[in-house]
Ligand binder design. Sequence first.
Ligand code: ADP
Ligand code: MG
Length: 319
Amino acid sequence: MGEFDLIARYFKRPPRQAVLGVGDDCALLAAQPGMHLALSTDALVEGRHFLSTVDPVRLGHKALAVNLSDLAACGAQPRAFMLSLALPRIDEAWLSGFAQGLWALADAYSCDLIGGDTTQGPLTINITVLGDVPVGQALLRSGAQSGDDIYVSGTLGDARVALEVFRGQLSVPETVLEASRLRMEQPVPRVALGIALRGVASAAADISDGLIGDLGHILTASQCGADLQAEWALPLLACAPALNLSPAQQLAFILSGGDDYELVFTASPDRRDAVQAAARASETCVTRIGTVRAGEGVRVLDAKGHALTQRFTSFDHFA
Ligand code: ADP
Ligand code: MG
């Protein structure tokens, strides 16, 4: 099988909404009146972002999910994506699994695969997504204001539990490993929540490198600081009841875990009802965990309002 047979077999399907998909020198998309095009790209490198042993079906899902998560953070509706693959060799079992996971998620969002590039090289998956967001309604990192509430969607830290087990740093019951591994390998992008938060959230980001770091990006862009309530955040580690972790360890997973692909967002306290309505409309649970304040940096407060001395950091590929 050559490069073009491979593309035709696994990655070419008639587009649903694009004007022209895979097969020509360019893809064509109709510009939508009143919309801004939201674009984002994310690469997954073997050994860096995933283990070589990961199920290719899950990898296909994750490669697209992490990109859809960026659209979600902006409140954009997914439309299409491009896929650049570097493959060490043509492995049909791997390709068919990868394509299966990829198409299942793409179909769930009616998101067309409209092109890409295929080369030989160390296994690297690069996806670029395109979405629509009404002009002026994109959720940005820069809109948080002092006094705003801080929320996160879903649960946090469970993906990191699986990573620590694979690294040999933690041992957990088999059922816990399966659940946390699913969080690591098959994240659910919060697209419906992001769209429902248009006009409600003052700022948003998705959590890929850990809550502390990604909230930090909002705070830097908004020139604010934040106070997080440890007691409000602690229930966010879904697997905690099955494990024997200290509160400090739980907080480390929740605040620094990474690979969560939940949304962290801020909203004015007078929009609390609107936030709850957005959560219901998108069938996504959200938890209020703190407050934006003047200043800079994140303080984590205990039940008495004292700042914890424990240091939390986020993932940095070059640190
Ligand atoms: P060109 O040489 O013009 O860059 P290619 O020969 O690389 O085009 O690709 C041929 C067609 O297949 C193009 O439409 C390209 O977008 C598409 N394509 C290549 N690789 C992929 C892939 N991995 N997934 C989807 N489409 C792809
Ligand atoms: Mg090319």
